[in-house]
Design a protein around this ligand. Structure first.
Ligand SMILES: O=C1CC=C(NS(=O)(=O)c2ccc(-c3ccccc3)cc2)CC1=O
Ligand SMILES: [Zn+2]
Length: 164
């Protein structure tokens, strides 16, 4: 069960923009992993996500290493933290960064971008971590088959408590 949920976005139509691409995967595979990571959540809420290719999106997505830009959180090189996302809000709110020092993949090798993205987008939408070990919002990465990796009831309860 969730400890707490942060206030969510006060709108259902959200935009996202992929600022840069990891060299680990084909661009189309990154686009697909991100889109599917967002669809995990839009399937169970009224949320709609629209991809834009310039300007400021609600959810700005980037691959970064170590200290990066004006981001208050840093990455730690290979392994360790894989990504971070900021809770809903203006500016940095909703922005999601992935650690470029990881090996991003679309299958079981390295870290599966779809899986980590789905988890991070949970944070970008206002969810905290779940203590339900079958939940997508569980704090530890599990490399289950990403396509059959359904949301747990705990994830659904959490997101619907914000955007029901
Ligand atoms: O707020 C935080 C702080 C630390 C994090 N650690 S992580 O980047 O190594 C990470 C851990 C687990 C996942 C994950 C959990 C369940 C399913 C898929 C991914 C994703 C990223 C991830 C995160 O979102
Ligand atoms: Zn960052």
């Amino acid at each position: 069960q969730y400890g707490y949920t942060l206030p969510g976005w006060r709108k259902y139509n959200l935009t996202y923009r992929i600022i840069n691409y990891t060299p680990d995967m084909a661009r189309a595979a990154v686009d697909e992993a991100i889109q599917e990571g967002l669809e995990v959540w839009s399937k169970v809420t009224p949320l709609k996500f629209t991809k834009i290719s310039k300007g400021i999106a609600d959810i700005m997505i980037a691959f970064r290493t170590r200290v990066h830009g004006r981001c208050p959180r840093y990455f730690d090189g290979p392994l360790g933290v894989l990504g971070h996302a900021f809770p809903p809000g203006p500016g940095l709110g909703g922005d999601t960064h992935f650690d470029e020092d990881e090996n991003w993949t679309k299958d079981g090798a390295g870290f599966n971008l779809f899986l980590v993205a789905a988890h991070e987008f949970g944070h970008a939408l206002g969810l905290s971590h779940s203590n339900d070990q079958t939940a997508l919002m569980f704090p530890n990465y599990v490399s289950l088959d990403p396509r059959k990796y359904p949301l747990s009831q705990d994830d659904i309860n959490g997101i619907q408590s914000i955007y029901g």
